[in-house]
Design a protein around this ligand. Structure first.
Ligand SMILES: [Zn+2]
Ligand SMILES: [Zn+2]
Length: 254
């Protein structure tokens, strides 16, 4: 299984893209501004988008993606997400005011976008890859995903603050090779992290202690300009794991 990081920043700016991970060439997890770097050929190979939650930095490029590949694709792009996330997309994005409803375009029975609900514990299987939805704790209903192919696996936290569900579910599995976990703020901004329901290094360290596996750990969703400060605080707080920051464009073979 190949994992390509299209975007992993907590903001935008030269060289910075918001969250989107490409699995092989057909599955996206989140569709932030990183999607915009794909060629039309690459975009048209995307068949599934798994969303962590409804916030703009994670969904912003779905409308533009389907509009850009509209005439190239034969089958709909399937968006998998929590019911609340799908509801938010339908109500606030694909509402004919912000963007047309591509689930009924070019024709009602032939829409290029299809929504499929997933709930806690649901596993979607696509050509040997198993994608499991795990609930996490953010200011809107939010999910993490654990993705397995054969004996290899990785997990992506999405946006979250302190929780037990993510760590408990990961511990029910035999192994975890790679963990991508958010740390949006420095410890200095702990109050803001708590309000916005994100991790800071100290709350991440407290939660990582719950994990029985020893995966390689990559930090994501770091606030632009704070990347090095967050990484060094995390390294002080967590010394028993190999931890790096995730980089846009990075490719993993898992
Ligand atoms: Zn969020
Ligand atoms: Zn976010």
């Amino acid at each position: 299984m190949k994992l390509r990081v299209l975007g992993c920043s907590g903001g935008i700016g030269a060289g910075l893209r918001t969250t989107s991970l490409l699995i092989d060439d057909d599955i996206l997890i989140d569709a932030g501004s990183g999607v915009g770097d794909l060629s039309h050929e690459e975009m048209s190979r995307i068949r599934h988008i798994f969303l962590t939650h409804s916030h703009l930095d994670h969904i912003a490029y779905i409308p533009l993606l389907v509009d850009s590949i509209f005439e190239r694709i034969q089958n709909p792009v399937i968006v998998h997400a929590l019911p609340e996330t799908i509801e938010a997309l339908k109500k606030h994005i694909f509402n004919w005011t912000i963007w047309p409803d591509f689930s009924v375009l070019p024709a009602p029975e032939k829409g290029v976008l299809r929504f499929t609900e997933m709930n806690a514990g649901d596993v979607t299987r696509i050509k040997g890859r198993q994608i499991e939805l795990i609930p996490v704790a953010h200011i809107v209903p939010a999910a993490a995903y654990r993705v397995q192919f054969g004996a290899r696996s990785f997990a992506f936290s999405g946006d979250t603050s302190t929780n037990d569900s993510f760590w408990d579910v990961l511990n029910t599995h035999d192994s975890l090779d790679l963990l991508i976990v958010e740390t949006a703020f420095t410890n200095r901004e702990k109050k803001l992290a708590e309000l916005a329901k994100h991790y800071c290094p100290s709350s991440l360290a407290a939660d990582l202690a719950k994990l029985k596996h020893k995966p390689k750990v990559y930090l994501t969703h770091l606030k632009p300009g704070e990347e090095m400060a967050i990484l060094s605080e995390v390294k002080v707080a967590i010394q028993y794991l190999q931890i790096k920051t995730l980089t846009g464009g990075e490719v993993f073979q898992i």
